[in-house]
Design a protein around this ligand. Structure first.
Ligand SMILES: Cc1cc2nc3c(=O)[nH]c(=O)nc-3n(C[C@H](O)[C@H](O)[C@H](O)COP(=O)(O)OP(=O)(O)OC[C@H]3O[C@@H](n4cnc5c(N)ncnc54)[C@H](O)[C@@H]3O)c2cc1C
Length: 307
C-alpha cells in the first residue's frame, strides 16, 4: 500500500506523526515493535500497522529489515520520531535505501504529490524549505503535531518476523538521571538562565514556579556547565522544544539557539536587567530590572491573586 509510513518509539510520538500524515489524504501505515500498541495506533488514525517481531531489544538494529519492508511496500515518505533511537533508524534506513533524509523539520505539507518541509538552519537564524520529489526519510521532533483520536477507527495489523543486525549488542542499561516532568508538554514553563549567581538562588524561581503550577526549565549552561539541573531540563535547538501557554524567562539573554526552542509558546515573558538583551525581541511582556528583586514580588502578587 503506497502512502506514508511512520515510526516512533512511544505511542504519543507515533500518534503525532500519524496526525501529521493524516491530512495528506494518502494512506498512513505505522510500524511498531510493541504488540499492545498495534491496536491502539488504529484509534489514532493509522490505516495499517506493521507489528515487527524480533528477539533483539535494540530497535535500531532492525533498520535493515525496516528498509527492506519500505522497499517492498514503496511508500512516498517515511516519517520518524526524532528520539535517539529514531534518529539512528532514520539515518540507517536512508543509507540502506540510498535516499535523502531531512532532519528535525519544523513544518510539513503535502502538495501535488510532493512533500514540502521546512527546518531551521544556521543554529536557528534562518528557515530552509525543501521540496521532496520522490522517496525520502524525514525526522520530526517530539510534540510537533497534535495527536488526534478517531473514535471507532481500527486498522489492519500485519505481524512480520524481522531479523536484526547483531553486530552491536546490548550489555547493560543505566537509567539517565532526569526530571520526571515532561517539559515539552508543560502548560507553564519557568526558565532559569545563567543570570543566577548561585545554585541556592534558584529557589526563588522554584517558588515562582510553584505558585504558577509551572515546570522548571533552563538554558544549556545551567545543565552542561554548572550541572545545577538534570539532563533533559534545558530548552533550545539542542535541548527540548516547549510550547506552553506561558513561558517566563529569568536571567536568560535570549540567544537564537535558546529562542528556537520557545517560539511556539503562546505568551513569552522575560525578566532581564539588560534592556538590550535579545530575549526582549522574542518577548510579549518584558520586565527590565534585577530579577532578585522582581521574582519575589511576582511570586507574592500571583499568590495574592490566587487566594
Ligand atoms: C551549537 C550550539 C547549540 C546551542 N544550543 C543551545 C540550546 O539548545 N539551549 C540553550 O539555552 N543554549 C544553547 N546554546 C548556547 C546559547 O548560545 C547561549 O550561550 C545560552 O542560551 C545562554 O544562556 P543564558 O541566556 O542563560 O546565559 P547568558 O547569555 O550568560 O545570559 C544571562 C542573562 O542574565 C541576565 N542577568 C544577569 N544578572 C541578572 C539579574 N540579576 N537580573 C536579571 N537578569 C540578569 C544578563 O543580562 C544576561 O542577559 C547553544 C550554543 C551553540 C553554539
Amino acid at each position: 500500500m503506497p502512502g506514508i509510513f511512520v515510526y516512533a518509539d512511544t505511542v504519543e510520538a507515533c500518534a503525532s506523526l500519524i496526525s501529521a500524515a493524516y491530512g495528506s489524504a494518502r494512506g498512513v501505515c505505522a510500524l511498531t515493535f510493541d504488540e499492545k500498541r498495534a491496536d491502539e495506533l488504529g484509534g489514532y488514525g493509522a490505516d495499517k500497522v506493521f507489528l515487527l517481531k524480533g528477539d533483539n531489544p535494540m530497535q535500531e538494529s532492525y533498520a535493515k529489515a525496516i528498509a527492506a519492508l519500505l522497499a517492498k511496500e514503496g511508500p512516498e515518505v517515511f516519517l520518524v520520531g526524532s528520539s535517539t533511537t529514531g534518529r539512528e533508524i532514520a539515518a540507517k534506513v536512508a543509507m540502506y535505501l540510498d535516499c535523502g533524509l531531512v532532519g528535525d523539520i519544523s513544518s510539513l505539507a503535502f502538495e501535488g504529490g510532493k512533500t514540502i518541509t521546512t527546518r531551521y538552519i544556521y543554529g536557528g537564524a534562518a528557515i530552509q524549505t525543501e521540496v521532496l520529489d520522490g522517496y525520502a526519510v524525514v525526522t520530526v521532533p517530539k510534540g510537533k503535531f497534535e495527536a488526534r483520536k478517531y473514535e471507532g477507527k481500527t486498522s489492519d495489523v500485519i505481524t512480520l518476523k524481522v531479523e536484526s543486525d547483531n553486530r552491536v549488542t546490548l550489555k547493560e542499561t543505566i537509567p539517565l538521571e532526569k526530571d520526571s516532568k515532561d517539559l515539552g508538554a508543560a502548560n507553564i514553563v519557568v526558565c532559569i538562565g545563567m543570570g543566577f549567581d548561585k545554585k541556592e538562588d534558584m529557589k526563588i524561581a522554584e517558588d515562582l514556579g510553584r505558585v504558577l503550577g509551572a515546570t522548571i526549565g533552563c538554558t544549556r549552561g545551567i545543565v552542561e556547565e554548572r550541572h545545577w539541573l538534570p539532563a533533559g531540563s534545558y530548552i533550545g535547538i539542542s535541548g527540548t522544544t516547549v510550547k506552553p501557554s506561558m513561558y517566563i524567562s529569568l536571567g536568560v539573554s535570549g540567544q537564537i539557539q535558546h529562542v528556537v526552542g520557545i517560539r511556539d509558546s503562546k505568551i513569552i515573558v522575560a525578566v532581564n536587567s539588560n534592556a538590550n538583551a535579545p530575549i526582549f525581541m522574542a518577548a510579549d511582556y518584558g520586565i527590565v530590572g534585577d530579577m532578585y528583586e522582581i521574582i519575589p514580588l511576582l511570586t507574592e502578587a500571583i499568590r495574592d491573586v490566587k487566594v
